[in-house]
Design a protein around this ligand. Structure first.
Ligand SMILES: [Zn+2]
Ligand SMILES: [Zn+2]
Length: 312
């Protein structure tokens, strides 16, 4: 009996320590390099059923992952077979270009987003004027390859053909333009991905505060495994020229706000993946240095690389 209890203890501890999510960054940058723009393929650990959080770059990212031996086969087949849907944070080109360009070869799947995001896809992108309408709504004739699924803020939706669920939270990206954060759940565990966002102070918004309030308890209970959040510019960027983005200083302000809801200790070594750095001269190096200098909370900054798998 004692031995059985011991084995049960070992097994539960091992299960708890195991990671729950596989993330393959298909694109990580916030501009300029059109072969490497925001898109993160995420699956429950051990599953091959992925959804893409944003879809700035798809093909080039899958290709790179195949070269790195992270994935096998050819890029188009992998996209058709393994990506079950797209969660789009907002309709800016650097977040949807891969989806649009790959649509002719893609297979049938869902596009998830809040209403303000999907309406731009319907009216502007898949509109027959800028591209054929591969989706199921908007300008006729509809080719019905993609099915739009409108997400309701703060309401969880299952992601079809995966074991994952997503809850969207509205972000401010140059007020009144909206962007979205997706809280993705696998069983009892979560990761949080934020699309482009300004800070509450600059955007004169309460959106990030509301998000931190919602996820604070998940960090405290160790159910949230990582946060993916943007830092587009370094601290030298004037605050009136941020265009709805964050700097290391503003991210630090926001992490301090988050710590009010989860406690400072819970953020020690907590993985914060930095996305969407906008390439320009040595800006990316500056951002990394400034983040380290301001990291009094002791979070663990992660810098995703295209085609290099991360597990949380
Ligand atoms: Zn944007
Ligand atoms: Zn962007």
């Amino acid at each position: 009996m004692k031995r059985l209890l011991f084995f049960l203890l070992v097994i539960t501890t091992a299960c708890r320590a195991q990671s729950s999510f596989t993330v393959i960054p298909l694109g990580v940058k916030g501009g300029t390099d059109e072969s490497n723009l925001s898109s993160y393929a995420v699956a429950a650990k051990g599953s091959n059923n992925y959804v893409c959080l944003d879809a700035g770059t798809l093909h080039a990212g899958i290709q790179k992952s195949i070269e790195n031996k992270t994935l096998q086969g050819d890029a188009t087949s992998w996209l058709r077979k393994n990506v079950k849907g797209y969660l789009i944070s907002h309709p800016h080109f650097d977040h949807v270009a891969g989806l649009i360009m790959n649509a002719p070869e893609d297979s049938s799947k869902y596009i998830y987003g809040i209403e303000s995001c999907l309406s731009v896809l319907k009216e502007k992108h898949f509109s027959w004027k800028s591209w054929a309408n591969f989706a199921n709504e908007g300008e006729k004739p509809t080719l019905n390859k993609y099915t739009y699924q409108t997400l309701i803020p703060a309401t969880e939706t299952p992601l079809t053909n995966t074991s994952l669920y997503a809850t969207p939270f509205v972000l401010s990206h140059v007020s009144p333009n909206e962007s979205t954060a997706f809280l993705v759940r696998n069983g009892a565990n979560y990761i949080l991905y934020l699309g482009d966002t300004g800070s509450d102070r600059i955007e004169k918004s309460d959106n990030l505060n509301q998000l931190w309030k919602a996820i604070g308890p998940l960090i405290r209970d160790k159910k949230l495994k990582a946060i993916f959040i943007e830092v587009s510019f370094d601290n030298l960027q004037p605050e009136n020229l941020l265009f709805g983005h964050l700097t290391p200083r503003l991210l630090t302000e926001e992490l301090n706000a988050l710590s009010n809801y989860c406690g400072k200790d819970a953020l020690k070594n907590f993985p914060i993946a930095i996305t969407h750095m906008k390439p320009y001269k040595d800006r990316e190096q500056k951002i990394k240095k400034q983040l380290d200098e301001l990291n009094v909370l002791g979070v663990k900054f992660v810098f995703p690389q295209q085609g290099k798998v991360i597990e949380f």
